[in-house]
Design a protein around this ligand. Structure first.
Ligand code: SF4
Length: 260
């Protein structure tokens, strides 16, 4: 049976997750096959969503909850701790101005003005990053996830210039040097110097029928589901509460919504 383009992209998604650890850096000494990562069989199953999306209830967050969600993501995905301009971040916080520079009303309520907002890749329905990638190292899969094939990334950083949200980070240095040995998650390969990385909406968890780690850690402050399914939890929440997105005028159709 001939493989369809869809099957190819599914398998490319597996590659993007680093099942071939040899070219992605390393899994750590003595590490076995990464059981936590999806297998090709997982990706051969029918898509579970047309467009995964997220709603973040910003009033429910305090500094401790931000840390819990960020640590859940960064620790599990071996995101190196580098400070300054070479920082690698999959999920982070910013103030209102930094989060919604085009959304500021004339008189912003104090509660929103002094709040911090949790930011991550928006897994845009119409992503700018994928259009400018010359090697198709970043692409949208059939569940609406914008993912990376690190093997194809040549480090040109066009995707970083194309993303209006600063959601991508470039590995100027070997990330392995910035992850404490006792913190290394042997089930999830880290990336290598010279490639771009970002949030994947925990594609490896979704393939197992689980929620993204930040959503799980948020204790209900974040809701996740299929934006194309009117019965999904995200759609139910969006029907009841007013929510905004980051830079809607950029035309990328972000899949992350913020209840103020
Ligand atoms: Fe691409 Fe940026 Fe949208 Fe993520 S937020 S899909 S990196 S344009």
């Amino acid at each position: 049976m001939q493989r369809s383009r869809r099957d190819f992209l599914k398998l490319a998604g597996v590659s993007a997750l680093g099942l071939s650890a040899g070219t992605l850096g390393f899994l750590g000494e003595g590490a076995q096959a990464a059981d936590a990562l999806p297998s090709a069989a997982d990706f051969a199953k029918p898509a579970k969503a047309k467009q995964w999306g997220m709603v973040i209830d910003t009033a429910k967050f305090d500094d401790a909850l931000f840390k819990k969600c960020i640590d859940a993501c960064h620790d599990n995905h071996n995101v190196p701790k580098i400070e300054g301009k070479q920082e690698i971040k999959w999920i982070w916080t910013e103030d209102f101005e930094g989060s919604f520079p085009t959304e500021r009303p004339a008189f912003l309520a104090e509660a929103q003005e002094h709040r911090k907002y949790l930011l991550l890749c928006n897994h845009c329905a119409n992503p700018a990053c994928t259009r400018v990638c010359p090697t198709k190292a970043t692409f949208k899969n059939d569940e609406g996830l914008v993912i990376m094939d690190y093997h194809r990334c040549i480090g040109c950083r066009y995707c970083m210039a194309g993303c209006p949200y600063g959601a991508r980070s470039f590995n100027f240095r070997d990330p392995g040097e910035f992850i404490a040995k006792d913190k290394l998650n042997l089930q999830y390969p880290h990336r290598t110097r010279g490639v771009v990385e970002k949030c994947t909406f925990c594609v490896e968890k979704l393939a197992q029928g689980k929620l993204p780690l930040c959503v799980e850690a948020s204790g209900g402050a974040m809701v996740f589901g299929d934006l194309e399914d009117p019965k999904s939890e995200v759609r139910k929440v969006l029907k009841e509460k007013y929510a905004i997105r980051r830079k809607p005028d950029a035309g990328t159709d972000p899949s992350v919504f913020y209840i103020l």
